[in-house]
Design a protein around this ligand. Sequence first.
Ligand code: ADP
Length: 167
Amino acid sequence: MKKAVYPGTFDPITNGHINIIEKATRIFDEIIIAVANITGKNTLFTTEERLYLCRESVKHIEAVKVVEFDGLTVDFAKEIGADAMLRGLRAVSDFEYELQLALMNKYLDKKIDTVFLVPDYRYLYLSSSIIRQVIGLGGRPHDQIPAVVEEAIIKKFEERELKDLKD
Ligand code: ADP
């Protein structure tokens, strides 16, 4: 029984993340999506919302669980008995940061290795931040995110506009 933990911010989850998860189910028996509990103002969605959107977006994939975590990822991985950490590698820009993170995690806990998976070509340049920007400007990238995520982002921007009008 091989278990992988897939940690991230998922603000929000995109088809790129889902592509990595689907690939990982062919290698691991169980994938735990670990949504970082970030309470600052830096995320568009709250932790609860990010968890909900992840759960809705992966409910068609068996052997995947979505949980919240805070603190060090290696500690969380150990706590749940994960065999490996899963991360996605996109175009060159991810490489240096991901390598640094993987090496630091290995330094913190020698037993946990990071497995990198490369998404299908169409998701190679996709990120949560570009999705947030594009939708904020009126674009509708239907095939890059689940419908539930697209609706949630649109709603979030509408709520913000209403709030700005009131303030
Ligand atoms: P973090 O804040 O930890 O980088 P993200 O939610 O942005 O959280 O990303 C989590 C992981 O998923 C990272 O390893 C990131 O490189 C990967 N990832 C994000 N988008 C994609 C994508 N389009 N294709 C493949 N991997 C991706």
